[in-house]
Design a protein around this ligand. Structure first.
Ligand SMILES: *Cc1c(COP(=O)(O)O)cnc(C)c1O
Length: 223
């Protein structure tokens, strides 16, 4: 069940400069539609089959974000409609997205996922790997005409230690500034720093996030 008051409270907290992606994984289409009816258009999923099913059942003006770990062999199922692939963590995956996007005559926006949680093993690039991917794309732009790298995404450690979470977000923000602030300044493109979930989005926003991915706070706990 969607609580309109919670939704509006979150929107109020985020303000106009931070985009809300409603993470609807495992939740039924009725819940998505309820939030859609309140005006929400950006939704995030992290299972390919579930995303494909929901996309086919819901209004076409929804912007679907793929937020999890994406296997190269599944890109083809979402390439025709996905709005933003958050969580690209290899050059191989980027090449596959480019190839499938070309088939659909699209340019697909991507975020590179950086591993910022120090203790947990989550997917993502370290600072060196991030550098390598960005350099590889810059070196052969002709091989990447159907993707746009629009920024970074990261997940902090799942911990009560707020200072640790804050430091992890700060580290990601620093990488974002290092790699994207010049591009941001010299174009009218908007670059994305996607960080913050139900439990830590207020810290993330304070540390400079401009996109949060919120699931359980909006839709209730997942089983
Ligand atoms: C599930 C998920 C979220 C949302 O998590 P909540 O804690 O329910 O807000 C955000 N980002 C990613 C990558 C996720 O997998």
């Amino acid at each position: 069940m969607i609580m309109q008051s919670v939704y509006e409270e979150i929107l109020g907290e985020l303000g106009p400069d931070v985009q809300l992606v409603a993470v609807s994984k495992t939740k039924p289409v009725e819940d998505i539609r309820a939030l859609y009816d309140l005006g929400q258009r950006d939704f995030g999923e992290n299972y390919v089959q579930e995303l494909v099913d929901k996309h086919s059942q819901l209004p076409s003006d929804i912007r679907w974000h793929f937020i999890g770990h994406l296997q190269s062999n599944k890109v083809k199922y979402i390439a025709g409609f996905v709005h933003l692939i958050q969580g690209v963590d290899s050059l191989r995956l980027l090449k596959e997205i480019n190839k499938q996007a070309a088939r659909h005559n699209r340019v697909i926006a991507c975020l590179l996922q950086v591993h910022i949680a120090r203790e947990e093993t989550k997917f993502g690039l370290d600072a060196t790997e991030l550098d390598e991917i960005l350099q590889a794309v810059r070196a052969t732009p002709q091989d990447f005409t159907h993707i746009r790298i629009r920024g970074l995404m990261g997940m902090a450690s799942f911990t009560e230690d707020q200072e640790k979470v804050r430091e992890e977000f700060k580290g990601l923000k620093d990488l974002f500034v290092e790699h994207f602030s010049r591009a941001q300044a010299s174009s009218d493109q908007h670059f994305v720093l996607s960080m913050g979930m139900s439990g830590d989005y207020t810290i993330a926003v304070r540390e400079g996030s401009n996109m949060v991915r919120i699931g359980s706070l909006l839709f209730g706990k997942r089983v």
